[in-house]
Design a protein around this ligand. Structure first.
Ligand SMILES: NC(=O)c1ccc[n+]([C@@H]2O[C@H](COP(=O)([O-])OP(=O)(O)OC[C@H]3O[C@@H](n4cnc5c(N)ncnc54)[C@H](OP(=O)(O)O)[C@@H]3O)[C@@H](O)[C@H]2O)c1
Length: 214
């Protein structure tokens, strides 16, 4: 299927596009900077321009599913957090409804379920993520919300620890590559529709970790 990756040249996005291709999908890489088009092509994606703060919805034309992995990043102000992590995510969901795209995987964040439980310094970010997740939850889309803990740029292991409820023990940091692979597996696993999944580094193969008995 055609899967649009919003944030395709970000850390998770760069890991996700080639994995979608390997899994037999046609990835569309949505980016806001045309100088990144070649990078998306090199990863095996069809680059499309889409700025979450500007012209955006046409970038999703023809897609069957969307993965949202954009973010304002830690170096910007809360104004950008509002515009991208919250409003950009909401615009992405609205664009899916507009285009009749049913399937949506959100890369949210650990502690977004309970922002007040997170570190005070990043609570506004967690609130933005939580509000975007709630909007997705209330939308008609077939949604999976992934809430990874701190991301690393280590090589992927193909193994994670996942909990289907937004509580329980904390775990280890997780490579972006493993979050990307988890998103691919979710797209192929209807059991994850309607679920919110916390992700940590771990020892369980991704497919097994996402089965409801684990
Ligand atoms: N860092 C962590 O430890 C952590 C933990 C849990 C969850 N997360 C979440 O995981 C996701 C991915 O993280 P990451 O580290 O892969 O992020 P990243 O490397 O910062 O990538 C984010 C991407 O979003 C894009 N973006 C920013 N503003 C945009 C706009 N206006 N329109 C379109 N695209 C825009 C950026 O594009 P440019 O390349 O043009 O800047 C960038 O490629 C984010 O949603 C983040 O909140 C992160």
């Amino acid at each position: 299927m055609q899967v649009a990756v919003i944030g395709a040249n970000g850390g998770i996005g760069r890991e996700l596009v080639p994995r979608l291709l390997d899994a037999g999908h046609d990835p569309i890489g949505v980016i806001r900077d045309e100088s990144q088009f070649d990078a998306v092509r090199e990863h095996g994606g069809e680059p499309r321009f889409g700025d979450l703060k500007g012209e955006f919805a046409p970038a999703l034309q023809g897609a069957d599913a969307v993965v949202f992995t954009a973010g304002s990043g830690g170096g910007t102000g809360w104004d950008q957090t509002l515009m991208i992590d919250l409003w950009g995510a909401r615009r992405s969901i609205d664009a899916c409804v507009e285009h009749g795209i049913d399937r949506f995987v959100m890369i949210s964040s650990y502690n977004a379920g309970d922002p007040m439980a997170g570190p005070e310094a990043i609570r506004p970010y967690l609130v933005a993520k939580r509000c975007a997740d709630d909007y997705l939850d209330w939308s008609p889309l077939d949604a999976t919300i992934l809430r990874p803990t701190t991301l690393t740029s280590e090589e992927g292991t193909g193994r994670i620890s996942a909990t289907f409820e937004d509580r329980g023990e904390d775990g280890e940091e997780i490579p972006r590559a493993d979050v990307a692979q988890t998103a691919v597996v979710c797209l192929e696993n209807e059991v994850t529709v309607g679920e919110t999944v916390r992700l940590f580094g771990g020892d369980t193969p991704i497919e097994k970790a996402l089965s409801p008995d684990d």
